[in-house]
Write a protein that binds this ligand. Sequence first.
Ligand code: COA
Ligand code: AMP
Length: 632
Amino acid sequence: MRHIDIHQRSLKDPQAFWAEQAKGLYWDQPWERVLDDSTAPMYRWFAGGHLNTCYNAVDRHVDEGRGEQLALIHDSPVTGSITRFTYRELRDRVALFAGALLRQGVKQGDRVIIYMPMVAEAAIAMLACARIGAVHSVVFGGFAAPELAKRIDAAHPVLVVSASCGIEPGRVVEYKPLLDQAIHLAEHKVPRCIVLQRPQCPASLIAGRDLDWNEAQTGVEPAACADVLATDPLYVLYTSGTTGKPKGVVRDNGGHAVALWYSMQAVFDAQPGDVFWAASDVGWVVGHSYIVYGPLLRGCTTILYEGKPVGTPDAGAFWRVIAEHGVKTFFTAPTAFRAIKKEDPRGELIGKYDLSKFEALYLAGERCDPDTILWAQEKLKVPVVDHWWQTELGWPAAANCRGIEEMEVKPGSAAVPVPGYDIRVLDPAGQQVAPGTIGNIVIKLPLPPGTLITLWQNEQGYRDNYLARYPGYYLSGDAGYIDADGYLWVMSRIDDIINVAGHRLSTGAMEEVLAGHPDVAECAVIGVADALKGQVPLGLVVLKSGVKRAPEEIVRELVARVREQIGAVAAFKQAVVVPRLPKTRSGKVLRATMRSIADSQSYNLPATIDDPKILEEVGAALKGLGYARDKA
Ligand code: COA
Ligand code: AMP
């Protein structure tokens, strides 16, 4: 069957379509309604059904005779180790840790924060939560203590699972002091922590609160899989919004399992036993969906990679992993390829490895420049699939679904809507635009299974942020167009979210940090184009009158502040002092105009600007940093 026919069927009769896909999983009790629209626009999938996500991802494969197949490979060039787990071993490890959680009093529906580097134990902790029906909330290890504290206060965890340290090339990042500081900063008091001690830097534990990972499991009974409703939450994942307050995306159990199971075959063409590798981090949605749940639900072997595309040890790191483990499908962010291309422009290291099992490369997380796609295609000689989705959606919304039909690749486009997604482009008045015209990318409700069901304890926020702009549609926050062949071209964000090396960050959160500096009167953070990371943040600050200190000194403090309060991952390294910020007469800071100036792009002078001279001042300041080269 052709993609277009399957896509149409999925929209015409979503109930029948998704009921059919759901048969691929093991249900403890079948659903009563495939799509419960009784509280629309808050939809629920597989209402009344019972299934355990951990059972489907792990135990089921053992029960069906694939217990000796590899489930998880931890490949860690930063520690020089490779650890392999069969499905049977993974089941036993997960069941034991789930038992440890139960022993600590974790109950169904309780939240557990996981703040860990890329160790196998992070996936084990996630699956253990799923096993007992607890709700995990993984926090990316590159976030600093105040960001972790925000998530502790939002999720109110009964327990935090962490590790003594993470390992970045050239430095050991001590996690435990960050955890201690976050717990100190948070209003919600975390009663219990379980800490994995790593030999690179063991941590001191706080008696009465902290437990060693191994000790916590000593003498514990392995836990059975709990009875979980399909509509119960599986996890909350906090993602950047336009303000400093992250949004807690809630994923259910049933819709999530069905959608990921389906996407593994339809989008990624992955079969049980295939080796599937997503080089991301468990702290991001890609890690949740395609390091942990997706490949395991499908019975694949998944790789959890603790390393970088370059420097661990060189730009051949990815090819080494693909060759060593026989990877068939590989997923990463375009920025990783730009890093490789910079170090090995001719792709000479590729030839050193046997990539005969490698069939396709998938890129997502940020807009992929056509040069990168063409380079990857030419050097790797496999199909390169750019696909579009978001933390909120949980799985690809637009892609070249190679499991259904291999379609023509148009570099720069994320291809066509995936079955289940009715993607439209609307103008500000809510009218659908003509093919090729840029507008707001929206998805007609109901969203398919596996997408967010709400924001954690903030249904109003969900409605306001995503559903209110165009009733009946989900607002993606991206702008772009659909061409005459039905291909989606995602061009930019419509809000102040930026994408730095595939990491989603809020300029609003950085502005809050800069504004907290005692010498800063007002500020703006914009995302400027960067050849490696796609975008990087840049701060423009106006000092309080009377401040006599050297601007360079203040800039140094601002850079340190963002690193301490948000984390190194923000990659906030540049700021400049300006006399004034350009604003509309109503006081709105003209961030988009400043971004165009920085990127040397043409822009329309906003009619309502306060004083156009300010743009010249900003242009001059940006020139000093090497931006605004051609015109300003
Ligand atoms: N724990 C602690 N610190 C972390 C971290 C973690 N888990 N992840 C990143 N950091 C730190 C880095 O060490 C770096 O610190 P520095 O400023 O002291 O150098 C900073 O955060 C920025 O990291 P990163 O954005 O990764 O930049 P980089 O310069 O170290 O590496 C790339 C550049 C392109 C190689 C890297 O960004 C990359 O591999 N990107 C792939 C993106 C990806 O997987 N995205 C996930 C979505 S699919
Ligand atoms: P995240 O929630 O971190 O996955 O980031 C989602 C955002 O990244 C989207 O809203 C887009 O702005 C951007 N993005 C992700 N994938 C693509 C893609 N293939 N093309 C263009 N932008 C993308």
